[in-house]
Design a protein around this ligand. Structure first.
Ligand SMILES: [Cu+2]
Length: 516
């Protein structure tokens, strides 16, 4: 019988396993990780996605109520190439959804933001013009106030733009063998093993985190890999958890792509931090070993100080837990045997071209409409009457009001998100420099409709993982970014900019702008 305790045991047991030589993975009774089913639209489509409700049994527990695209939980890996791709999203749920193509460079009316609601029983019939370099993107619902519960329940999938040149680049290309796409999420389960989403105040403040890791919607699986170089395309589709990732063996991770595409050359890293909404592609050489594991350290937003101030959340994983164990299977083929020296991803070069500078603060602990009062830290104590007295606890039980969009807990530049308020207008084709400042926690900042360059982090040069093209960047202190706004967006369907901790986004840490 599965329950939360066995899930934790499974994880800690796996984490404690020594990296000792052992036989082929299949003989060890481990269950093999499955890839998402692929919807290959590289021939031109159409892409057909139907959001529907279903029941999913996670690791032997009772069936959970889940939602997914073309299945009961999560969605397919959709692959597209350059050109016009007819796309239909059908909503078979009993609540409105949207489908946002996170990282896709398309105009506002195709972006799938909160204004593009698909009502129950309706279809969103569009043509996506794909015109950008190869990249691992994703798609998910983006209904204001409902993104967190909908994504948590499964309304997300992977979108890859490909150009058929990866073999020429010297990169692994065999999906599920030496080219693995991994959707990383953390979840909670009740005593019966059913998926649970019951955020209380600390969860909303930190972002909801779970004590059980899911990869591609699966618990406790092991990925079989060849004895050679494997490409891992990682997506953090968690609601709130930030993963400081490394290999248990200390093997290097050769970073080849960030959110919006390839680097100009691989960069060897011991660790890299993946925040909600971010993607990376890495190469790992598994030759000369039998086992390894992708491991994570604790969520930096839930360190001891934050736990002391905000209370403990349901995050029981702590430091150094397994995200995904690997077992080498010598029968599998690895296509490449050396890390390429160079890739053809053009590095960003927008520095110095900005005509406009904007300052954006990601605010927590707002006391009322328009009234930041210095935030919670300066406002006479976080847990004082001000915060609790304004009904911030009221969202704690009712699924339909979590987090309460009216609670003014979160905002941008002192104001919570308002569907009816445009925050600013960007002239189409302009290059702008944005200085983004985080309050209290680290916030993954996502901008729709653009890929941007990170100019600086906390006043210094960006970390290596943030030197390629990005659409989401973790702002721990202050980040300076620059982007050219080529895609148009009208006031009917403006672009969003927001924190990708979904409880923060739903709670109002979001703004919107037009391009035209
Ligand atoms: Cu945030």
């Amino acid at each position: 019988m599965h329950n939360r305790r066995t899930a934790i045991q499974m994880l800690t047991t796996a984490a404690a396993l020594p990296l000792m030589p052992c036989g082929p993975w299949a003989q060890q009774g481990q269950q093999a990780l499955q890839m998402l089913p692929m919807l290959d639209a590289t021939g031109g489509g159409p892409v057909e996605l139907a959001a529907s409700a279903g029941r999913t049994r996670f690791a032997g527990g009772e069936a959970s109520r889940t939602i997914g695209y073309n299945g009961s939980h999560l969605g397919p890996l959709v692959r597209v190439g350059r050109g016009e791709v007819p796309t239909i999203v059908e909503n078979r749920l009993d609540e409105p959804i949207t489908t946002h193509w996170h990282g896709l460079m398309v105009r506002g009316e195709l972006d799938g933001g909160p204004h593009s609601l698909i009502q129950p029983g309706e279809r969103w019939d569009i043509v996506l013009p794909i015109n950008q370099p190869p990249a691992t993107l994703w798609y998910h619902s983006h209904v204001h106030g409902r993104t967190a519960p909908q994504v948590y329940s499964g309304l997300a999938g992977v979108l890859q733009v490909v150009d058929g040149e990866d073999e020429a680049r010297g990169l692994p290309t065999s999906y599920g063998t030496d080219d693995l796409t991994l959707v990383i999420q953390d979840r909670r389960f009740d005593e019966a093993g059913r998926l649970a989403y019951d955020p209380v105040m600390p969860d909303i403040m930190h972002g909801f985190s779970g004590d059980t890791i899911l990869v591609n919607g699966q618990i406790g699986r092991t990925a079989a890999v060849p004895s050679g170089i494997v490409r891992l395309r990682l997506l953090n589709a968690s609601n709130g958890r930030i993963y400081p990732l490394s290999l248990a063996s200390g093997r290097e991770m050769h970073l080849i792509a960030t959110d919006a595409g390839y680097l100009d050359a691989p960069v060897a890293l011991d660790t890299l931090t993946l925040a909600p909404g971010e993607r990376v592609e890495i190469l790992v050489d598994f030759s000369g070993t039998e086992r390894d594991a992708l491991v994570s350290d604790d969520n930096p937003n839930e360190g001891q100080m934050m736990r002391g101030m905000m209370g403990r959340s349901g995050n029981a994983l702590g430091n150094r837990f397994d995200v995904l164990p690997f077992a080498v299977d010598a029968r599998l083929d690895a296509r490449i045997d050396r890390i390429p020296d160079a890739l053809d991803g053009p590095m960003p070069d927008l520095a110095g071209r900005a005509r406009t500078t904007r300052e954006i603060s990601l605010d927590m602990g707002m006391m009322g409409p328009g009234g930041m009062g210095g935030g919670m830290m300066g406002g006479g104590g976080m847990m004082g009457d001000g915060m609790m007295g304004r009904g911030m606890m009221r969202g704690g039980r009712d699924r339909d009001s979590i987090p309460d969009p009216d609670s003014d807990l979160f905002g941008v530049n002192g104001q919570p998100f308002d569907m009816q308020r445009l925050d600013f207008q960007v002239p189409q084709g302009d290059v702008e420099r944005w200085i983004v400042t985080a309050s209290m926690l680290a916030h993954p900042f996502h901008v729709h409709g653009v890929a941007f360059q990170v100019l600086s982090e906390a006043g210094g040069p960006p970390r290596p993982q943030n030197r390629g093209w990005k659409d989401t960047v973790l702002v721990s202190d202050q980040v300076e970014l620059v982007a050219r706004f080529d895609q148009p967006a009208s006031q009917e369907t403006p672009f969003m900019f927001h924190c990708h901790i979904l409880e923060h986004e739903d709670g109002g840490m979001m703004g919107q702008f037009t391009v035209g």
